[in-house]
Design a protein around this ligand. Structure first.
Ligand SMILES: [Zn+2]
Length: 123
C-alpha cells in the first residue's frame, strides 16, 4: 500500500507548473490486480521527480494505462517510505507503448514456457 501525500509539497515549481494537482490517491494491488506505477522518465534535476504512468494491472501485468504522473518517493533519512508525491501530467504515450511492449513480451514468454511445459509432460 502506498499513500499519496500532499500535492503541494515535494516538487519544484517547474514540475508543479507542468502538472496538475490531481493525485491518483492511494494505490494498491491485491493478488496482482489493482493499480501500479511503471516507468521512469524525465528525471528532474532540481527536485528529482520522474514521470511514471499509472496502470490498471491484472495478474501483475500492466493492462490499461490510467495516466501519467510526476512522481517522487518520500524519503526520510534516505530511506524510501511507502509514500509518494504525485501530480498528474501530460500522458506519456512513448512510456505507455514501451511498458505495453515489455508486458506483451513477458506474457508471450510465460505462455510459451507454460505451453512447452505442458508438451513435455505429455511425452
Ligand atoms: Zn522538479
Amino acid at each position: 500500500m502506498e499513500n499519496a501525500e500532499s500535492v503541494e509539497s515535494g516538487f519544484c515549481s517547474g514540475c508543479r507548473s507542468r502538472s496538475t494537482e490531481k493525485t491518483p490517491g492511494n494505490i494498491s494491488t491485491t493478488n496482482g490486480i489493482g493499480r501500479k506505477f511503471y516507468g521512469n522518465a524525465d528525471r528532474c534535476s532540481s527536485c528529482g521527480s520522474v514521470v511514471r504512468t499509472l496502470w490498471f494491472t491484472f495478474i501483475e501485468m500492466p493492462v490499461i494505462p490510467l495516466g501519467s504522473y510526476r512522481y517522487r518517493a518520500v524519503r526520510i533519512n534516505g530511506r524510501k517510505m511507502p509514500k509518494f508525491w504525485a501530480r498528474k501530467t501530460n500522458t506519456r504515450w512513448d512510456q505507455i507503448l514501451m511498458t505495453w511492449a515489455v508486458g506483451i513480451i513477458v506474457a508471450a514468454v510465460v505462455i510459451t514456457a507454460m505451453y512447452l511445459y505442458e508438451q513435455s509432460k505429455g511425452k
